[in-house]
Design a protein around this ligand. Structure first.
Ligand code: BGP
Length: 487
């Protein structure tokens, strides 16, 4: 074995989410998800969320990249790269159109069965996120989504339906994608489905936590608590239905550094990392962290946690910790520094790091650091469920997409993963975010591309939808073939 090789059986693959790729938003009995009714947005033109389809408005999830109709072609391309695992999500509203219908929608169940069978045809293991930000719109309108305790029961019923239906076909599950998003940015509407019957304007530039009213903060943390309970109940049920199920949490785990060695910056960075531990401690250890009281008090939040809740959390701890990692942020309180609004609420710009076109810092060492931090705290297997580079790709004169920047990003992060494994971290898989170009979660645009596979589609929904291999496609294929050794 070459020294650079990853552990035997390491799960290489890619990750997508239903509303960002499927399209077919109202086909075959599917109901609307909250994410379906979000417009695309730019810095100057904030995104809008409506409760009903408005005519003349373009909703990116309408088409996605038409994966619903082209999944066979897409999975074949994934297989050509040598994928061992395909992380994807099931759309709740495709299974239960209103979120809490009495019976599941058979056509929705059939679709995912076909997708899983197609994966197995190539020896690809599906890893399924039960929810990826897409609360059914009907539940958001009816009961403010995750603010209502009834949503817990509806989600548990939905998840049990999946466990029973796909027993033997799916062995790896994630309960909620980036559950900590519920306490961040626009996570209260986007993901948690707290609508309060309003059309909402979502300003992706105004993402500061401090700008939140006390009422809003309270709602977000109450919704998050309900998601924790739902997750724990589902972990328990999933194990009962099939003891071989491996069920994980998924936490956005970008690194946070102090801007300088001034102790107040160190404390600020520690506080930023607590947004990860707040969720991780509940989902991995089955209890709220020792700092919960002061953490919530600082935000003006009061949260009710009953004895019964504590029992539920304790009985539903996860089997693995999965994370997304894209970038890092710096915390600075003692001086005015260049805050990088593009860097998604991650604080001051780090003068040591270069940035992507969207202002996300390029920081592979941060991945090694964060993997060690997480593993050191929890000592359970880790899985990188998302990592990738969003960039503007151009089709060159030769008709191809040459993307050396993506290869550079992949190489550097692969090296960092290997270093973490050599440090002793138990990491069992890696799914690149967006192995095929898809709709961006933060902006709803197509021009922010992550794929190894180019999709001919623009921001307004025009294009042939044709798929094409980029240079990075061949690189990832080589990387997987050599089990990471060729970096
Ligand atoms: C994560 C989401 C994904 C994904 C990714 C990239 O937060 O789980 O759904 O899209 O970020 O973000 P973006 O698409 O905004 O560049």
């Amino acid at each position: 074995m070459n020294n650079n090789e990853f552990p035997k059986g390491f799960l290489w693959g890619g990750a997508t989410a239903a509303y960002q790729c499927e399209g077919a938003w109202n086909e075959d009995g599917k109901g609307f998800a909250i994410t379906d009714l979000l417009t695309a947005g730019t810095r100057r033109n904030p995104r809008k969320l409506t409760t009903k389809e408005e005519s003349g408005v373009y909703y990116p999830a309408k088409i996605g990249i038409d994966h619903y109709h082209r999944y066979k072609e897409d999975i074949k391309l994934f297989a050509e790269m040598g994928f061992k695992v395909y992380r994807m999500s099931v759309s709740w509203a495709r299974i239960f159109p209103n979120g809490d219908d009495e019976k599941p929608n058979q056509k929705g169940l059939d679709f995912y069965r076909d997708v899983f069978n197609e994966c197995h045809k190539y020896g690809i293991e599906p890893l399924v996120s039960i929810m990826h930000h897409d609360t059914p719109m009907a539940l958001a309108i009816k009961q403010d989504g995750w603010l209502c305790k009834d949503t817990i029961g509806a989600y548990v019923k939905y998840a049990k339906t999946l466990f029973n239906e796909y027993k033997g076909l799916v062995h790896y599950w994630i309960t909620f994608n980036e559950i900590n998003m519920t306490m961040n940015y626009f996570g209260d509407v986007y993901g948690a489905g707290i609508l309060s019957n309003q059309t909402t304007v979502i300003d992706i530039n105004n993402v500061s936590d401090d700008s939140m009213s006390k009422e809003k903060q309270n709602k977000r943390f109450a919704a998050l608590h309900n998601q924790f309970l739902a997750s724990a109940l589902v972990v328990k049920a999933g194990h009962e239905i099939d003891p071989s199920n491996k069920i994980g949490c998924m936490i956005a785990s970008d690194a946070h550094y102090p801007y300088s060695c001034n102790p107040i910056n160190i404390l600020a960075a520690q506080n930023s990392m607590r947004k990860l531990w707040y969720c991780g401690d509940v989902q991995v250890r089955g209890e709220y962290s020792y700092f919960t009281k002061s953490f919530l008090k600082e935000k003006g939040v009061t949260l009710e946690i009953t004895e019964q809740d504590k029992k539920i959390l304790k009985e539903g701890t996860v089997d693995f910790y999965s994370l997304s990692y894209y970038t890092s942020g710096t915390d600075c309180l003692d001086q005015k520094v260049d805050t990088d609004s593009g860097n998604f609420n991650l604080g001051a710009a780090n003068p040591y790091l270069k940035k992507s076109e969207w202002g996300w810092a390029f920081d592979p060492d941060g991945l090694r650091w964060v993997l060690n931090e997480i593993y050191g705290r929890y000592h359970i297997p880790l899985f990188i469920a998302e990592n990738g580079l969003g960039a503007i790709d151009e089709v060159s004169e030769d008709g191809k997409v040459h993307d050396p920047y993506r290869i550079e990003y992949l190489k550097a992060h692969t090296k960092a993963m290997k270093q973490a494994i050599d440090d002793g971290v138990d990491l069992f898989g890696y799914t690149w975010w967006g192995p095929i170009d898809l709709v961006s979660a933060s902006t709803g645009e197509m021009k922010k591309r992550y794929g190894f596979i180019y999709v001919d589609l623009d921001n307004a929904g025009n294009g042939t939808l044709e798929r094409q291999r980029k240079d990075s496609f061949y690189y990832y294929k080589k990387l997987i073939e050599s089990n990471g050794a060729c970096v």
